[in-house]
Design a protein around this ligand. Structure first.
Ligand SMILES: NC(=O)c1ccc[n+]([C@@H]2O[C@H](COP(=O)([O-])OP(=O)(O)OC[C@H]3O[C@@H](n4cnc5c(N)ncnc54)[C@H](OP(=O)(O)O)[C@@H]3O)[C@@H](O)[C@H]2O)c1
Length: 334
């Protein structure tokens, strides 16, 4: 067990502290809600204080039972935890209802951060395959995004949400919306791991005072089948990472986490078997400048979540989701 008071913190743009590492709770299509909740229960007792939840992970009710038991047993108080969740794509027009369900399921009274999970309302069913398409899917709309965001701003004023997060954004989309938001976003959740560092987005977020949160920080070795392509690279098998891990006498996963924290992004690793070691990564010996420099060279453009299932009719392929040539593809009102 690690004394949670020794875990370093980042500061959000309003000044509030946030633990420098959080536990992911997406069981993928492979780990049951009960097992994820078991990891959260063990995680709280091991010293984890930040939990990255989402309505679409299908396990918030089970995790809520764990939170309630921890509060009732006096293991932690509500204010000791930083609980994050996300509005799923089918609830962009009814955010309050979605947030109330999440708060009820998680049994947590309020959310420390609520994210817009994806910037467009394109729903896909859980466990769908990679070729699945929803004919109602639409390209990005500035007005619709801002309207969804405004609904979370109202929840901030009601005290139900403390901070607002955005996720799966691009610089062109951020440029289009940031000036229209009244409560600035505190954090942006993006795919970030050694072989997919998104340096430009990372720098942009920092310049705007938005904390980068890195999902799939280990390269998500057990991600859903729909997100696995033959050309994908296994971050943790990169020889340089393996070498650095040997020098620190630990698993390459721990090196990925140390690199993330030292770079200035908050990693949210998922684990049912290794969460104690992962938390220890935040408080054990840091990487040297030379090791950090070596990992900086591992960028391979290795995007793992392509997002094909969110494509709208008429879109070319998954590259259209990521605005790679600097403009928002097919935007209806930019
Ligand atoms: N905003 C978004 O759109 C979005 C998208 C994807 C993910 N996320 C969030 O990001 C979180 C993390 O992503 P992820 O779960 O896909 O990938 P990840 O954290 O990169 O990888 C998790 C996998 O790594 C293994 N692992 C963890 N620690 C390890 C260690 N010390 N040694 C060896 N293996 C280890 C885990 O296995 P064991 O369980 O056996 O340890 C698990 O299979 C999710 O849970 C979710 O909360 C957000």
């Amino acid at each position: 067990m690690i004394d949670s008071r020794t875990i370093p913190t980042f500061r959000l743009n309003g000044g509030a502290p946030i633990p420098c590492i959080g536990m992911g709770t997406f069981g993928s299509d492979r780990v049951s809600p009960e097992e994820v909740a078991g990891a959260v229960a063990g995680g709280i007792r091991a010293g984890w204080r930040l939990f990255d939840c989402a309505a679409c992970y299908g396990n918030e009710d089970k995790i809520g039972q764990v939170f309630k038991a921890a509060f009732d047993e006096g293991v932690v108080k509500r204010r000791d935890l930083f609980i994050m969740s996300k509005v799923w794509n089918d609830m962009h027009r009814d955010v309050e209802k979605a947030a109330m369900k999440t708060i009820k399921d998680l049994q947590c009274d309020y959310l420390d951060m609520l994210f817009i999970h994806w910037p467009f309302p394109n729903y896909h069913a859980p466990f769908c395959d990679v070729d699945s398409r929803n004919p109602d899917s639409k390209p990005f709309s500035v007005n619709e995004f801002v309207d969804t965001y405004r609904q979370i701003e109202s929840l901030v004023h009601l005290g139900l949400v403390r901070h607002i997060g955005i996720s799966n954004m691009t610089i062109p989309k951020l440029e289009a919306v940031l000036g229209k938001l009244r409560v600035p976003p505190a954090a942006c959740e993006s795919e970030l791991h050694p072989c997919f560092q998104q340096q430009e987005l990372f720098d942009y977020l920092n310049a705007k005072g938005i904390l980068p949160i890195g999902y799939m920080p280990l390269g998500s070795p057990r991600r859903p089948e729909r997100d696995i392509l033959p050309e994908d690279i296994a971050d943790m098998e990169q020889p340089e990472l393996v070498e650095i891990a040997k020098a620190h006498n630990c698993h390459p996963a721990i090196i990925c986490l140390k690199w993330a924290i030292q770079r200035g992004q908050l990693p949210i690793p998922f684990s049912v078997h290794n969460y104690e070691a992962n938390l220890a990564a935040a408080v054990s010996e840091p990487l040297t400048d030379a090791e950090m420099a070596t990992i900086a060279t591992l960028e391979r453009g290795n995007r793992l979540v392509k997002g094909q299932v969110f494509l709208w009719p008429g879109a070319n392929d998954w590259h259209d989701l990521w605005d790679e040539d600097g403009r928002i593809v097919d935007c209806t009102d930019c």
